[in-house]
Design a protein around this ligand. Structure first.
Ligand SMILES: [Fe+2]
Ligand SMILES: [Fe+2]
Length: 175
């Protein structure tokens, strides 16, 4: 396996780790009867799962070995309602750095097809860091009355990302 393929297999694990973390955050909000915040993170969890499966499809298409990794246990307890969003933003920034490293590796190894595949993920990370930064601002502003946050998310719901149409195919189909 090339270093690029090996590192992309590792990234599959990080995407599933992100998915598990978002499920944990969604369950935390759901338990506090904050359904819009919960729904937001349940959706994010599915998106991260789809990212992992896009990488699996790439490895299959490139005739590279697929070695699905295990995931670390997510954080399930939080000091307050702001903490999960801070954690989520840190996670998105970490994933951005990981994707950037993958692009560099693809370039070093002359894997230009792999590099092109990753361009969508660079755009996706720009969008996810931006939207999580915005959500952090909203939750910090509304932390004393989370119903304001719920109302805001309720109004904002339904805005599909324009990146959806150009997304790479996911193994087994995107959910
Ligand atoms: Fe992702
Ligand atoms: Fe993400």
């Amino acid at each position: 396996m090339s270093t690029f393929a090996h590192t992309l297999n590792e990234q599959v694990g990080y995407e599933f780790t992100a998915s598990q973390q978002y499920i944990a955050i969604a369950a935390y909000y759901d338990a506090q009867t904050l359904p819009q915040l919960a729904a937001h993170f349940y959706r994010q969890a599915v998106e991260e799962r789809n990212h992992a499966m896009m990488m699996v499809q790439y490895l299959l298409d490139a005739d590279q070995e697929v070695a699905i990794p295990g995931v670390d246990a997510p954080q399930t307890q939080f000091a307050d309602a702001v903490a999960p969003v801070s954690l989520a933003l840190a996670q998105e920034k970490r994933v951005t750095a990981q994707i950037v490293e993958l692009v560099k590796l693809a370039r070093e190894e002359g894997e230009l097809v792999g590099e092109q595949f990753l361009h969508w993920f660079l755009q996706e990370q720009r969008e996810e860091v931006a939207s999580m930064t915005e959500l952090l601002t909203i939750v910090e502003r509304g932390k004393d009355n989370l119903l304001h946050v719920e109302e805001h998310l309720g109004r904002a719901a339904g805005g599909e990302s324009p990146l959806g149409a150009g997304a790479p195919p996911a193994a087994g189909g995107a959910l």
